[in-house]
Design a protein around this ligand. Structure first.
Ligand code: NAP
Length: 296
């Protein structure tokens, strides 16, 4: 029986682990992929106080090392269900007096035929991870938010040509980034356009796209999809209340169950940043500690 099982080893989950371990609780952290969550894909974090500039990976490693040194036990397992006080993973079942959900967000996919099969064979959801494979090649970034804009900027230093496709004629991301991109010779912006299908043999060769009435093709070696993120909360729907988009409904990191708390991007909130993930982790753990004291 664990005092607290934390689902997710991103910045929210690791912070919750640090707070819970410092309160001498028995902590298990379950993580499907690797520690750190989305921030490990950021080359530079410049808005986390105390560090004028630090790579996302380096910042996450500091959180991780601190959690481990305090005695948090982290396992790579995918949680598939929560039943009452049991957290069931693809490997085993854990009994938990309290649970903190901190499993973050997943990439949103375009939903095209063969998209899943071509991941790693021309399709990527992370330019900073995979950009280097596309030296002097042609790539397409899809999306008009800050992620897509930053990805296009990053890739313009590596690839021969970067196409940036947005579905409207306006970007959602910062104008400063748009201005920069508009002045880079190897970047071409395609507006009011949607990818319709993928062209491939053993790997991606291109896409077809629709722009107004016109259908056309682009020969590309890489497609970087940056169209936002979505909560992966299917495994939670029967246990805590979620909104229509799948975010866990939460005030102050509490959920609809008194022994389950939530932290980070997966909960309903206004600002999704490392600092607010860490803040949530601290709050959720503190509430779990209080629950345990009151329910001894
Ligand atoms: P986002 O801001 O939600 O933008 C998603 C983009 O993808 C939008 O342009 C959207 O178009 C487009 N889109 C959505 N579904 C699509 C589809 N099926 N087909 C084609 N296009 C589609 O997502 P994000 O860029 O990942 O950013 C998420 C949050 O992180 C934002 O708050 C962002 O500011 C923040 N962020 C901050 C930084 C930074 O501060 N350095 C860096 C990256 C991200 P519409 O506009 O038409 O809906």
């Amino acid at each position: 029986m664990y005092d607290v099982v934390i689902i997710g080893a991103g910045m929210a989950g690791l912070t919750a682990g640090i707070y819970a371990a410092r309160a001498n609780l028995r902590v298990k952290i379950l993580e499907e992929k690797g520690f750190g969550g989305q921030i490990v894909n950021s080359l530079n974090v410049e808005n986390y106080p105390g560090f004028s500039s630090i790579s996302g990976f380096a910042l996450a490693k500091l959180f991780y090392d601190q959690a481990i040194s305090l005695g948090c036990d982290i396992a790579i397992e995918k949680v598939i269900e929560i039943k009452d006080h049991s957290v069931i993973t693809n490997k085993q079942e854990y009994n938990a007096k309290t649970i903190i959900i901190a499993s973050g967000l997943n990439v949103r996919k375009l939903g095209l035929e063969k998209e899943d099969v071509l991941v790693g064979k021309g399709i990527s959801y992370c330019a900073t991870c995979d950009g280097n494979f596309y030296k002097d090649k042609n790539v397409l970034v899809v999306g008009g938010g800050n992620t897509a804009l930053e990805d296009a900027l990053f890739l313009s230093n590596i690839a021969k040509k970067v196409y940036l496709m947005i579905r409207r004629d306006e970007f959602r991301g910062n104008q400063v980034l748009v201005d920069k991109l508009e002045n880079i010779d190897n970047v071409e912006i395609i507006k009011n356009a949607l990818v319709k299908s993928l062209i491939w043999d053993d790997c991606l060769k291109g896409v077809t796209y629709q722009q107004g009435d016109r259908e056309d093709e682009l020969d590309i070696d890489g497609l970087f999809v940056a169209i936002g993120r979505i909560p992966d909360s299917d495994y939670l729907k029967n246990i805590v209340k979620c909104d229509k988009d799948g975010y866990v409904l939460s005030e102050e990191c509490e959920t609809s169950k008194d022994y389950i708390f939530v932290a980070g991007d997966i909960r309903t909130k206004n600002l999704r940043q490392v600092i607010t993930a860490a803040s949530d982790g601290a709050l959720a753990a503190t509430k779990a500690i209080k629950y345990l004291l009151e329910n001894k």
